[in-house]
Design a protein around this ligand. Structure first.
Ligand code: PLP
Length: 389
């Protein structure tokens, strides 16, 4: 089977995306002729300095923030680690209690495990059957010593959108700060830090058509933000090290493009996604959709198929040139069922037969129809083999 670039169907956009051509073009001068260190004093450094300034404005504009509230990082994982550790450290005298949801990305969950070892108490909030954090659950969990509530904007596995405005209001009611891992949401749905009451927000370049290895931490002005890296004075003394100018420029361009195209992209992706979901549920017996029908990321669909081993399904899809995933890219290969699927109440057995298909504006209806047909065929074959054993 031919699986070259032209025949490949890429449906793993939650894991990463192709970098946009316009982004690459914007970055190239800073990989070639404009190589100056933006911290330098001479005129030659001015180009790099101005490019970083523009990128910071672009990154801020997408969420209605001020450029001074944006700190460039090495990606979403770094931003999550930094946000949690900084608030825990800087506000420890107020209390040592943190609240997160049980379905956060491991960048948040494993940072919490680390903080627990440092003497912090962490509450992992349960979610409902669609993956939503219910405001009343948070209401019961926050305490006078809670310093931080961290709830993701959108789940990377099942696509659920969380009610951020309601949740941040509850956190603020107890005097706690509110962080959101918006890596899946930034550039994909409208986000306003003001309207949503967000104090800290993480985003990552490669999840919105920018380069890998660059991200942002938004931190509301006048909050204490402890340095992540000690050294030079870059990023207002909070993250030392020569700036990744090409990466930062790429991030800014990706954010600007995402802002310009947001509405039409959402419309197209939602239509493709709904077609995909309806086709799978109609054509494949004993299939279920995970996460809500409507209140989900525009490009995200996640299914479970009864009596199917998810890994076999992925391998056979790959042989047909279809790139998909079982859940998050970070856990594929591990045989443990996803913590997200267990949290929405699936059994180990149900959670094993999972398939995540995440699309972008680049995908076509025809690709989705071919994918559904391939999944149908493979599921039938695998069930037949199982029955024959
Ligand atoms: C991808 C992802 C991350 C990690 O971002 P990187 O830039 O790959 O480090 C964190 N959180 C969520 C929700 C993600 O989807």
């Amino acid at each position: 089977m031919e699986t070259d670039r032209n025949h490949r169907i890429y449906l793993d956009h939650a894991a990463t995306m192709r970098m946009k051509e316009e982004v690459l073009q914007e970055m190239l001068p800073y990989l070639r002729e404009s190589y100056a260190n933006p911290s330098a004093i001479y005129g030659f450094a001015g180009e790099a300095k101005r490019a970083v300034r523009l990128a910071r404005e672009q990154a801020a504009a997408l969420i209605g923030a001020k450029p001074t509230e944006i700190f460039f990082t090495g990606g979403g994982t770094e931003s999550d680690n930094w946000a949690l550790r900084s608030v825990a450290e800087s506000y420890a005298e107020r209390g040592k209690h943190i609240v997160v949801s049980a379905i956060e990305h491991h960048a948040v969950l494993h940072t919490c495990k680390y903080l627990e070892k440092q003497g912090y108490a962490v509450t992992y909030l349960p979610v409902d059957a669609e993956g939503k954090v219910l405001p009343e659950t948070l209401e019961k969990a926050v305490r006078p010593d809670t310093v931080l509530v961290s709830i993701m904007a959108a789940n990377n596995e099942i696509g659920t959108l969380e009610p951020l405005a309601q949740l941040s209001a509850i956190a603020h009611g107890q005097g706690a700060l509110f962080h959101t891992d918006a890596v899946q949401a930034y550039g994909h749905i409208p986000l306003s830090v003001e309207e949503l009451g967000i104090d800290l927000l993480s985003a990552s370049g490669h999840k919105l058509g920018g380069p890998k290895g660059v991200g942002i931490l938004y931190c509301r002005e006048n909050l204490r933000l402890s340095p992540l890296l000690h050294g030079g004075a870059q990023e207002r003394g909070r993250r030392a090290g020569t700036l990744n100018v090409p990466g930062i420029v790429g991030f800014g361009k990706a954010a600007a493009l995402a802002g310009e195209t947001l509405e039409q992209r959402m419309e197209r992706e939602c239509a493709l996604r709904d077609h995909l979901i309806d086709s799978v549920l109609i054509k494949i017996p004993h299939s279920r959709l995970n996460g809500p029908k409507r209140d989900r990321l525009p490009g995200s669909a996640h299914f479970c198929f009864r009596d199917i081993e998810g890994e076999s399904l992925l391998i056979l899809l790959d042989q047909k040139g279809i790139c998909a995933s079982g859940g998050s890219a970070c856990t594929s290969g591990a045989s443990d069922p996803s913590h997200v699927l267990l949290a929405i109440g699936l059994s180990y057995e149900e959670a094993r037969g999972s398939l995540r298909l995440t699309l972008s504006e680049e995908n076509t209806l025809e690709e989705l129809d071919r994918t559904v047909e391939a999944v149908r065929e493979i599921v039938e074959r695998l069930r037949g083999m199982k029955a024959g054993m």
